[in-house]
Design a protein around this ligand. Structure first.
Ligand SMILES: [Zn+2]
Length: 63
């Protein structure tokens, strides 16, 4: 299982957030959910977690 990255700029956003969170898939979903709640006013629900998980990208190695 590869590493994933969640990039805020890939999600509909009201504040131009450009945060990117890389890590193992489950870690990224947890961290991104917390960020979505605290920074974007989303709710921590299974629906939101599923939506975030579906929008993860494969992490691109820097070299
Ligand atoms: Zn954000």
């Amino acid at each position: 299982m590869g590493r994933k990255v969640a990039a805020c700029r890939d999600f509909p956003s009201d504040n131009g957030c450009t945060l990117a969170i890389p890590g193992e898939e489950d870690e990224v979903v947890v961290a991104t959910t917390q960020h979505a709640v605290s920074a974007h006013g989303h709710e921590d629900t299974d629906e939101v977690r599923g939506w975030l998980r579906q929008n993860l990208k494969d992490e691109v190695p820097t070299q």
